[in-house]
Design a protein around this ligand. Structure first.
Ligand code: GLU
Length: 371
C-alpha cells in the first residue's frame, strides 16, 4: 500500500545540490516553490527539518573553480564560501513563508558518538519546539575524509533516525528506484513501493551520481536501510520541477520505502537490546512509580550510582531491591551522577558548576521492562 504524505508527523526533507544550484548559481524560484510546499505541510502541525546540500556546488561557482573533482582542501574552501550563501538563501526564503530557520552543521561524530548525539539531538529538538526549521548540512569545512559522511543522503537518514522522524524525503534529480539504471537500460521501470530492502533491491541501485552531487542511487538505498530499520519511512522523488512536495502528495512518480516498525518501537529495541550496559542507577520507590507513570528519571530519585559510565552511555535502572526495572541513556557522567544523586534538579548548577539537564534519564531515552 502506498503511504499518504499527510499521515506523517515529523518529516526530514533532503535537497540535492543539483536542485538548488545550476550554472547561474542558486535557483531562487525553485527554492521559493519548495518553501511554499513546506508551509502547506507545516499547516498540518508537522515538524519539518531540512537537510540541504549545495554548499560546495555554490562555493565553487563563486570561487570560479574548474569543473571536475576537487581536492579535499578546495572543496572545504568552496563549502566555506557556499555555506554562507546557502544559509542566507534558506533563511530569507523560509522567512517569506512565515518560518524561522536555524542552521546546524554536523560532522560524523555528532550522530555516531552517543554523548555528542545527545547534544545534537537536544539542540535540534529545541529548535523544533520553538517552531523553527532546522536547516542542516555536513560541516564540510572541517570534515576530513576520515570523519565525514561524504553524502547528504546518509547524513539525512542519520538525522531522521536521531530525531525519531517518521518520514525522510530524498529530493534529487532522480525520480525513484528503477529495476535497472535507466540511463543504461531503456526497459528499466520505476518501483513504486519497496517493502523490504533485499539484495535484489540493492542490486538495482547501480552506482551513478553527477558532478554536483555526491550520492547516486546506491547511497540512497544505503540511507533507506538506515531509515527503515529505525522506523522511518523514506521516499525518493524528483525535485527537478517546482513544488516537488506537492507532487508527492498528489501521487506523482516516486519510490516509497516502508518502515519496519514505528520510530518509538525501533528506538526502544535499540536501547533495550543492542547497547552494552556501563553501569547502573538504583532508584527509590517514588521514582519507580514516577517512571511507571511515564515520567523521566530525576536526580532526586536516584539512591546509588555504580559503574564508570559517560554521558550518553546505556545504564541499568534498578529498583530499591536491586531488580532491573529498565534501561536508559544517562545524561551525566558517573562522577556527576553521583554528585547529583538524591538532590533536587534546581541544585544542578550549584553542584556541578554548569546548568545541566533536569533529568538524569529522559523518558525518550528509557525503556522499562515489559514495555
Ligand atoms: N555537503 C555537501 C554540500 O553541501 C553535499 C553532499 C552531497 O551532495 O550529498 O555541498
Amino acid at each position: 500500500m502506498i503511504p499518504k504524505l499527510e499521515s506523517f508527523r515529523r518529516i526530514v526533507i533532503k535537497i540535492g545540490s543539483s536542485l538548488l544550484v545550476d550554472k547561474r548559481g542558486l535557483k531562487a524560484d525553485w527554492l521559493d516553490s519548495l518553501a511554499a510546499d513546506l508551509a502547506g505541510l507545516a499547516a498540518g502541525r508537522r515538524d519539518l527539518l531540512v537537510v540541504s546540500s549545495g554548499a560546495i556546488a555554490l562555493g565553487r561557482r563563486v570561487l570560479d573553480l574548474p569543473s571536475g573533482p576537487l581536492k579535499l582542501e578546495e572543496s572545504q574552501a568552496a563549502a566555506a564560501v557556499g555555506q554562507i550563501a546557502l544559509a542566507r538563501a534558506w533563511s530569507e526564503t523560509l522567512q517569506r513563508h512565515g518560518f524561522t530557520a536555524g542552521q546546524i552543521l554536523l560532522t560524523l561524530g555528532d550522530t555516531e558518538e552517543r554523548r555528542r548525539y545527545l547534544n545534537a539531538r537536544s539542540t535540534i529538538g529545541t529548535l523544533l519546539k520553538l517552531g523553527a526549521i532546522p536547516v542542516i548540512n555536513e560541516n564540510d569545512t572541517v570534515a576530513t575524509s576520515e570523519i565525514r559522511y561524504g553524502d547528504n543522503d546518509r547524513l539525512a537518514a542519520r538525522v531522521a533516525t536521531m530525531m525519531g522522524a517518521d518520514l525522510l524525503v530524498l529530493l534529487s534529480d532522480i525520480d525513484g528506484l528503477y529495476t535497472a539504471p535507466p540511463a543504461q537500460d531503456p526497459n528499466a521501470t520505476l518501483i513504486p513501493v519497496v517493502e523490504r530492502i533485499t539484495a535484489e533491491i540493492e542490486g538495482m541501485a547501480g552506482a551513478a551520481g553527477s558532478e554536483l552531487s555526491r550520492g547516486g542511487m546506491q547511497t540512497k538505498v544505503e540511507a533507506g536501510k538506515i531509515a527503515v530499520a529505525s522506523g522511518t519511512a523514506m521516499v525518493i522523488a524528483s525535485g527537478k520541477d517546482a513544488h516537488p512536495i506537492r507532487r508527492i502528495a498528489e501521487g506523482g512518480r516516486c519510490t516509497w520505502f516502508l518502515a519496519e516498525a514505528s520510530p518509538v518501537a525501533a528506538r526502544k529495541t535499540w536501547i533495550a537490546g543492542r547497547l552494552e550496559k556501563r553501569g547502573s542507577l538504583t532508584i527509590d520507590d517514588g521514582a519507580v512509580k514516577a517512571l511507571r507513570s511515564g515520567k523521566s528519571l530525576l536526580p532526586a530519585g536516584v539512591k546509588r550510582v555504580e559503574g564508570r559510565f559517560q554521558r550518553g552511555d546505556a545504564v541499568a535502572i534498578l529498583g530499591p531491591a536491586g531488580d532491573e526495572i529498565g534501561r536508559g541513556l544517562v545524561a551525566y557522567d558517573a562522577g556527576d551522577a553521583e554528585r547529583l544523586a538524591g538532590r533536587n534538579s534546581r541544585e544542578i548548577e550549584k553542584l556541578l558548576g554548569f546548568a545541566g539537564r533536569a533529568e538524569m534519564i529522559h523518558r525518550d531515552d528509557m525503556v522499562l521492562r515489559g514495555e
